[in-house]
Design a protein around this ligand. Structure first.
Ligand SMILES: Nc1ncnc2c1ncn2[C@@H]1O[C@H](COP(=O)(O)OP(=O)(O)OP(=O)(O)O)[C@@H](O)[C@H]1O
Length: 328
């Protein structure tokens, strides 16, 4: 893992007018999360079954900017699907706040929730058969969410047909337009499912293990389809995955551990002085508002750290060392 190169550019001193404008901008009230597409703050979800409580989310914090393409990873049972179903409006958190495209997920009425699921988020399940209606063709499946939107809010029939054609072309599935799901492969069904999820042009697209039932080559093609949707249709895309290929291709991978976001890997393409491009990768851990961080297990194991560690403040960083007076 390499750290990002330090920039040595010296910026010219700002003018008085620029300083005044900056001060005014800083004083203006800000919307929570700025222009973020998704903001979760201290999100908690507790399931109670037969007197046993499971804390699936334990104060999760997450901000995803508009236009981002993010992979959510984590061990089985860490809370990924719970988070995704809350963001999809299919489940309600026990406590905390969650905002998607400006909608407060805890404050929505049943009617708002239905509209939210039709217009604000698109969702793709792992099970290919669950995403499409078996008796409709691909084109009919894609048109259906637009029809369900109702006459008042929806498009006219010519506009709907144009949108279906646009999605068929963008996802390169024009040849499947008149096929029913049973006449398509699993990968083809998932590409149609992405088109269905994007039919009403939602700002956010969520997918739970979308390549889980596919071989790696087909999975790569599906991932390319998500990239197309992100780049060409402008959707913010969040994919829960175990697939190392998917996690290795996105700009940002967020790891969830025990119901909290624990670490992140950010990737950037950097160009050196010879014009050579390379991917720079850096791992970050999350710092919550009480100052807690979850250090990577592999780091702790490498230095045999447990229970108590020594911390010191240096000029521009904090040092964490193994306990230097064990036994006290
Ligand atoms: N409806 C439910 N009722 C009771 N417990 C649940 C429910 N849904 C999830 N859980 C529990 O919450 C925890 C988190 O589950 P979740 O499905 O979110 O994990 P995950 O990270 O998506 O796992 P996987 O990768 O295996 O899908 C688990 O302990 C799970 O058993």
């Amino acid at each position: 893992m390499n750290s990002l190169p330090q920039s040595r550019t010296v910026e010219p001193a700002p003018s008085l007018q620029e300083l005044q404008e900056r001060a005014l901008a800083a004083a203006r009230p800000k919307a929570p999360g700025g222009d973020a597409a998704i903001v979760c703050d201290r999100l908690v979800r507790i399931f109670s079954t037969e007197g046993i409580e499971v804390q699936a989310l334990q104060g999760l914090e997450l901000t995803i900017q508009q236009g981002d393409l993010v992979a959510l990873v984590g061990a089985s049972g860490s809370g990924k699907s719970t988070l995704l179903t809350i963001l999809a409006g299919l489940d309600v958190p026990t406590a905390g706040t969650a905002t998607v495209a400006g909608r407060d997920l805890l404050e929505m009425s049943a009617r708002d929730r239905l509209r939210y699921r039709r217009e604000v988020v698109g969702f793709i399940w792992q099970q290919t058969a669950r995403n499409l209606l078996p008796f409709l063709t691909a084109a009919e499946n894609i048109a259906l969410p637009m029809q369900l939107r109702g006459r008042k809010a929806g498009l006219g029939s010519r506009q709907k047909a144009a949108r279906v054609a646009e999605l068929l072309e963008a996802l390169e599935i024009g040849d499947l337009a008149h096929r029913r799901p049973r006449e398509m492969s699993g990968g083809q069904q998932q590409r149609v499912a992405i088109a269905v999820a994007m039919a009403n042009n939602p700002p956010v697209l969520l997918a739970d293990e979308p390549t889980g039932e596919l071989d790696s080559e087909t999975g790569a093609a599906i991932f390319e389809a998500f990239r197309t949707v992100n780049r060409e249709l402008g959707a913010t895309v969040v994919i829960v995955t175990h697939d190392p290929m998917v996690a290795g291709e996105v700009r940002r991978t967020v790891a969830i551990r025990d119901g909290r976001t624990s670490s992140e890997v950010l990737r950037r393409t950097v160009t050196d002085e010879h014009g050579e491009e390379s991917v720079n990768e850096r791992e970050y851990v999350m710092l919550d508002r009480t100052g807690r961080v979850q250090l990577p297990v592999k780091f702790l194991e490498a230095l045999g750290m447990e229970h108590r560690v020594a911390v010191d403040l240096a000029a521009d960083h904090i040092e964490v060392r193994p306990d230097d007076i064990p036994g006290h």
